[in-house]
Design a protein around this ligand. Structure first.
Ligand code: PRX
Length: 651
C-alpha cells in the first residue's frame, strides 16, 4: 500500500456500533472474549465439543514438538460425518445444503440427505479404485457441487485432497501432483465461464501423462464437450460413482490425520504445500463460521463467492458451513454473465442473508455503478463479509450502503491459507465495525504487532503482524519440508508465527492490515510470488533476466508489472510482451499474467547485485523515485522510467 493510501486509511474514524436488534440475536457474546482469555485451551475444547467425535481427546494441545502442534490429542473424528451425516441423523436431512446455480442458468437443489448419498457413493467409488487412508488426491474442478462432494469423499476415506484452482496451468497441476505424490485426479470435462464452456480435461491429460504416480483420473461430465480418453487412466464419474451404494460406514481418524494440502505461493519459485489436519482445523472452521457469520442454520441462506480452489472455499464453502448444517448458494460463473446484475439476481432469487466476498469484487461492482444492485431486492441481506486483501474505506462504505441497505454489519476477516480459519475480525452483534479495519483477534486467538526488534508496539504504531499462541486451525507444516516451515514462519520472531503482513494498531486499539511485507503480491485477493513469475519469465528462451513487482491497482489491489531483459539476439517488438505474458499463463496460469511487461536494457541493482524492487515499484506506480544512491549505476533508472508510460499491455 502506498504511503498516501495508508495516510488516508488511518484518518478513518467512523465506527458502526452493533444495533440492539442484531445484538439481541447474535451467536457471539462479549463474554466469549473473557472466557477465552481466562482459559484459552478450555475455550477451544468447548468449541471442539460442538463436533461429533468417535473417540474423545486425552489432551487439548500438545505443543512439545513446536512449531508442529497437535490438537485434541488421541481424539478420533471423521470430517465428512460431521459435515453431512450428523445433520441427517439429527432429522435435518431435508434441509437444503447447496442451492447450485450454473452459469448457463441450470440449477440443482441438494439437501443434506442428497449430499450424504452422493458423498457415500463417491467414497465407495474411491475405495473401489483402491484409495485408502493416507493417500493424496488432486482435485481440479470448476465450481460445481461435485467439487464439494469430492472433497468430502476424500475426507470420509481419509485421503488428503489437494485442490488445485481450475485457473492454474497443466504445469502447475503437474508440479503439485508430483510434490504430494498424488495417486489420482478428480476433474471434469470443463465448466462454464463468461458465457462459454472452458475445458479442464486437456490440462489434466497433459499433467497426468507426466505424472507417474497417477493411477486414475475420475471425470465429471459438466459441459458435454469432446474429451480425449485414456482407457488406462480415465473413468467417468457417472460410471463409477453413481453406480455405488448410497450407504458407507465411515471410520473416525486421528485428530491429526491429514485432511488436505493446499498449495500457496511463498517467496521462492516453489509453491508451499500447506498441510492441515482434521480435528483442530474443523473445530476452527466451524467455530469461526458460527460466530463471525452469525449463522442460523434453520433460517439463513449463506453465500461465499470464493472458488473451492482457494482456502476460503475450503473453510467457508465446504467445511465451516457444512459442519454447521447451513444452507448455502454455490454459483459457477462470473458476475457479469449474462449481465452485470447476475449476483444481485441470485441474492434475490434465493433470499441470501449472508454474503462473503473479496474487496476486488466490491470495487468492480462500485465501478459498474449502483444501478445493477438497485435492480433487485437485496433486503434479505443481514450480514456482509470481506476477505483476501485490505478493504479501503470507500469500498467498505459502498458495500454497506449499496448492498447492505446501510444497516448490516460488515465483517472484514483477516486470515491466511496457513491459519486455516478466520483469525482477526469483528464479532457481529458485539464489536463495532470501522470501515477498513479488521478490528481485533477473535476470542481464542492472540495477535501482536512487533517492531523490527521483536518488541510489541502500542496503539498508534505499526509493524509486523505476529500470532503469539498456537491455534487449532494452524498449519501443521509444509508438505515434505519441515525446515522451510520453520524458516518461513517461526524464525523471524523466535517461537512466534510471523504472518508476513504489516499491520497497525489505531489509537483505539483496532487493527489495520497494511498488506504483505515480503515478495508476495496480492492480485484480486490471490497470492502470487514475484519470484514464481520471474522464474516463469526466465524459463522462456528469449529472456535473460526478469524482475517483477506488485504495483497498486485500483480494482485488483495489486497488478503484476514485469521488467525484462532480453537475451542478445532476441529483438523487442510489438508481439514480444504478448508472447511472454502467454508464456507465464502457460507456466503458472492466467491469474499470474503480468499486467504490463517492460523490456529494459538493465535492472537497478546494488553494488552487491541485489535487484532494488523498491525503485521498480516507484516506476510502476508512477511515483517520484526514492533514493538511488546505492545503485551500482544510478543512470539505469532514468532509462527505465522513460518507458513506463507505454501503459498496460493486456490482451
Ligand atoms: O496479506 C493478507 C491477505 O491475504 C493473505 C493470505 O492470502 P491467502 O493465504 O491466499 O488467503 C486469502 C484468504 C484468507 C494475507 O497474508 N489478506 C487476507 N485477508 C485479509 C488480507 N489482508 C487484509 N485484510 C484482510 N481481511
Amino acid at each position: 500500500m502506498s504511503d498516501e493510501a495508508l495516510a488516508n486509511l488511518m484518518t478513518e474514524n467512523r465506527v458502526f456500533a452493533p444495533t440492539a436488534e442484531f445484538a439481541a440475536q447474535a451467536n457471539a457474546t462479549a463474554e466469549m472474549y473473557d472466557v477465552a482469555r481466562a482459559d484459552r485451551l478450555q475455550f477451544w475444547a468447548d468449541q471442539a465439543s460442538n463436533l461429533q467425535w468417535e473417540q474423545p481427546w486425552s489432551e487439548i494441545l500438545d505443543w512439545s514438538d513446536a512449531p508442529v502442534s497437535r490438537w485434541f490429542v488421541d481424539g478420533k473424528i471423521n470430517a465428512a460425518v460431521n459435515c453431512v451425516d450428523r445433520h441427517v441423523a439429527a432429522g435435518n436431512g431435508d434441509r437444503v445444503a447447496i442451492h447450485f446455480e450454473g452459469e448457463p442458468g441450470d440449477t440443482r437443489t441438494i439437501t443434506y440427505k442428497d449430499l450424504q448419498e452422493l458423498v457415500c457413493q463417491a467414497a465407495n467409488g474411491l475405495e473401489e479404485l483402491g484409495i485408502t487412508a493416507g493417500d493424496r488426491i488432486a482435485i481440479y474442478m470448476p465450481m460445481i457441487p461435485e467439487a464439494v462432494v469430492a472433497m468430502l469423499a476424500c475426507a470420509r476415506v481419509g485421503a488428503a485432497h489437494s485442490v488445485v484452482f481450475g485457473g492454474f496451468s497443466a504445469e502447475a497441476l503437474r508440479s503439485r501432483i508430483e510434490d504430494a505424490s498424488a495417486k489420482m485426479i478428480i476433474t471434469s470435462d470443463g465448466g462454464f465461464r463468461r458465457g462459454s464452456a472452458f475445458a479442464l480435461k486437456p490440462a489434466v491429460d497433459e499433467a497426468a501423462a507426466a505424472s507417474p504416480t497417477i493411477e486414475h483420473v475420475l471425470v465429471v461430465k459438466r459441459t458435454g464437450q469432446d474429451v480425449d480418453w485414456n482407457e488406462s487412466l480415465d473413468i467417468w464419474w457417472d460410471d463409477l460413482v453413481l453406480k455405488q451404494s448410497t450407504a458407507h460406514v465411515a471410520q473416525g481418524f486421528d485428530s491429526e490425520h491429514p485432511l488436505f494440502i493446499l498449495y500457496t505461493s511463498g517467496t521462492t519459485g516453489k509453491p508451499k504445500g500447506i498441510l492441515h489436519t482434521t480435528g483442530g482445523y474443523l473445530t476452527q472452521a466451524a467455530y469461526t463460521h458460527r460466530v463471525v457469520f452469525d449463522i442460523k442454520p434453520e433460517s439463513d441462506v449463506y453465500w461465499c463467492t470464493a472458488d473451492v480452489g482457494w482456502i476460503t472455499g475450503h473453510s467457508y464453502i465446504t467445511y465451516g458451513p457444512l459442519a454447521n448444517g447451513a444452507t448455502q448458494v454455490m454459483y459457477e460463473g462470473t458476475p457479469d454473465t449474462p449481465h452485470k446484475a447476475r449476483w444481485w439476481e441470485i441474492v434475490e432469487k434465493y433470499g441470501v442473508t449472508i454474503l462473503y466476498t473479496a474487496p476486488t469484487a466490491i470495487r468492480t461492482f462500485m465501478k459498474w455503478g449502483d444501478e445493477f444492485p438497485a435492480q433487485h431486492d437485496l433486503s434479505s441481506i443481514r450480514l456482509l463479509g470481506s476477505v483476501g486483501e485490505p478493504i479501503n474505506p470507500e469500498a467498505w462504505m459502498w458495500y454497506r450502503e449499496a448492498i447492505g441497505g446501510n444497516n448490516t454489519p460488515i465483517v472484514d476477516t483477516w486470515w491466511q491459507t496457513e491459519t486455516g480459519g478466520i483469525m482477526i475480525s469483528p464479532l457481529p452483534g458485539v464489536t463495532g465495525c470501522k470501515p477498513g479495519s479488521a478490528m481485533g483477534p477473535l476470542p481464542g486467538i492472540n495477535a501482536e504487532i512487533f517492531d523490527d526488534a521483536g518488541q510489541a508496539v502500542g496503539n498508534g504504531s505499526g509493524g509486523y503482524l505476529v500470532l503469539t499462541e498456537p491455534w487449532p486451525g494452524m498449519l501443521r507444516g509444509i508438505w515434505g519440508d519441515l525446515e522451510r516451515f520453520k524458516e518461513t514462519y517461526w524464525s523471524r520472531f523466535s517461537g512466534m508465527y510471523f504472518a508476513g503482513d504489516g499491520a497497525k494498531w489505531d489509537e483505539d486499539g483496532a487493527i489495520w492490515l497494511l498488506g504483505r511485507v515480503d515478495d508476495v503480491m496480492n492480485v484480486s485477493g490471490h497470492r502470487i510470488s514475484t519470484t514464481e513469475v520471474e522464474s516463469a519469465l526466465v524459463s522462456h528462451p528469449m529472456v535473460a533476466e526478469a524482475a517483477v513487482v506488485g504495483a497498486s491497482d485500483e480494482t485488483t489491489g495489486q497488478g503484476i508489472v514485469a521488467f525484462v531483459i532480453l537475451r542478445s539476439g532476441s529483438e523487442d517488438g510489438p508481439g514480444v510482451a504478448k508472447i511472454l505474458r502467454d508464456h507465464v499463463a502457460k507456466e503458472i496460469g492466467a491469474i499470474a499474467k503480468p499486467r504490463q511487461i517492460m523490456i529494459v536494457a538493465e535492472l537497478p541493482k546494488t553494488r552487491s547485485g541485489k535487484i532494488m524492487r523498491r525503485l521498480l515499484r516507484d516506476v510502476a506506480e508512477h511515483r517520484t523515485m526514492g533514493d538511488v544512491t546505492t545503485l551500482a549505476d544510478p543512470t539505469v533508472m532514468n532509462l527505465i522510467s522513460q518507458g513506463i508510460d507505454s501503459g498496460p499491455n493486456e490482451d
